[in-house]
Design a protein around this ligand. Sequence first.
Ligand code: HEM
Length: 499
Amino acid sequence: MELIVTFLESYQGLCILFTGIMMIVLRIVSKEKENKSFPGPGYKYGLGPLITYIHYLYNGIPEASSYYLKKYGDTVHVWVCGEPTIVTNNPTVARHIFKNNGINYTSRLGYDTGLKHIGMFENGIIWNNNTKIWKKLRLFFQNALNAKTLNSAIHASVSAAKNMTCKLNELRQRTQDGRVETLNVLRRITLEITNTLMFGVDIENDEKLVEIIVEYFKAWEYFLIRPWYLYYFDSKFKVHTNAVKDLWEACQEIVRQKKTKMKNVVFDDLENPNFLECMIHAMNENEISEDNIIQCVLEMLLAGTDTSSVSMYYTLVALCDDREVEENIVKEIKEILPVSDFDIDRVNLSNLKNLENALKEGMRIKPVGPVVLRKALKDDVINDVPIKAGTNIIISLLDMHKRNDLFTKPTEFNPNRFKQQQLENPDFFYPFGTGPKGCVGQFLAMIEMKVVVSLLLKDFTFTSAVGQLKDVDTRWDIANQPTDASYMFIQPRSYAKLS
Ligand code: HEM
């Protein structure tokens, strides 16, 4: 009782109560009765939608989804933002949404007001629910990630990794015992790779930009499914609004720099124009607006840097837990990679199977995108259950990757599982999503992760200063990032052997 009173006295409690009343009123006014399809909590005069929504607001999308999946089965019906929502960890259902009828699910769950606050409303690629504009903008990403760019990605990744390892001494000196904030090191590496390949501008303060990107992620999660009346009296609203503004301004500066550089360049003379050059050219031809470009630059930074860096970090921590696996990877790297790092080619990388399996296993255990969010554009039928246009879909990769029937001992980090034939090309392992709305950067991601991790492991030993992978607390939201500083001790291999 005391707990309930404290809850109701708190600002959040009052807001949630208000949300509840609003939802019940809306439901009664619209007289809309849900046609329960898959199992899930009952409608109960609007209490079902209210309770599930509060659950999602309070616990975040991945955790709330896991709860309902555990309680009701592998495909369940709930309500998020008062809208009917299907949550699944069933690979057949996921395949239908991703691929079989993928074109019907190229939109995503989220409030328009929230999307406006983060600049994603009918702009950019990731959450642009205007399919016409999304298709047009997605093409710029796809074209930029062509075979030539993927080849250049090796060189760009080698340079970025080397530039950063030169700074390790300075980074060690920032802490008393020499531990290094490793995720930030990896973030700065992936930022340099993205800039080299996609923008080609001077980033004055990469550390600051990395910080701004991380803050934007928090704003994204804050605004996505929160009703507008909950944020106006909340002190966090301003912080998150400023975070969005900071990143927008940083991207504006990137675009401004490039536009100046391009003033004296004839576009047709460029041999392999990069992402930003192509976008600026399209703006000059009146095909897209400057706002489109800034938002796409922003999303390239979000999707292209934080995903691979976080995935690499989890894998590095997991390798500290299992030195035998690490040893095999280092042996493989030494056998396969050429003497000069700048001679690494795509064939070398494709032969780094132990490393590839470790990265896949890292993404299986801690997928950086734990849930894939979609929305049905038209009516559909899944497993004989009618799905109305506008129904939200949450595919929980987190739960699908931990299914006992698909993975033996799913909570264990065991890269060797990917050596088994049925896991060589599984249709139930989707760390990058798939289909028409799947990750455009997955091939680049694998290249940069393989190059960066192999160069780091070849020359350095990593020791986690935050315990095992299972001890790393994560903020399970649309992006699964560690909550605390990601400290590791990083020592040159020869030095480590001597000590
Ligand atoms: C380990 C690294 C990465 C992981 C795990 C990852 C994962 C994902 C996931 C799960 C999605 C949602 C897919 C869906 O809805 O089916 C996604 C979308 C996306 N990813 Fe990645 N990603 C990674 C790296 C990258 C990189 C390096 C880039 C860019 C160079 C990139 C660009 C994008 C974009 C633009 C989208 C949105 C596509 C759309 O909505 O049309 N990603 N990614």
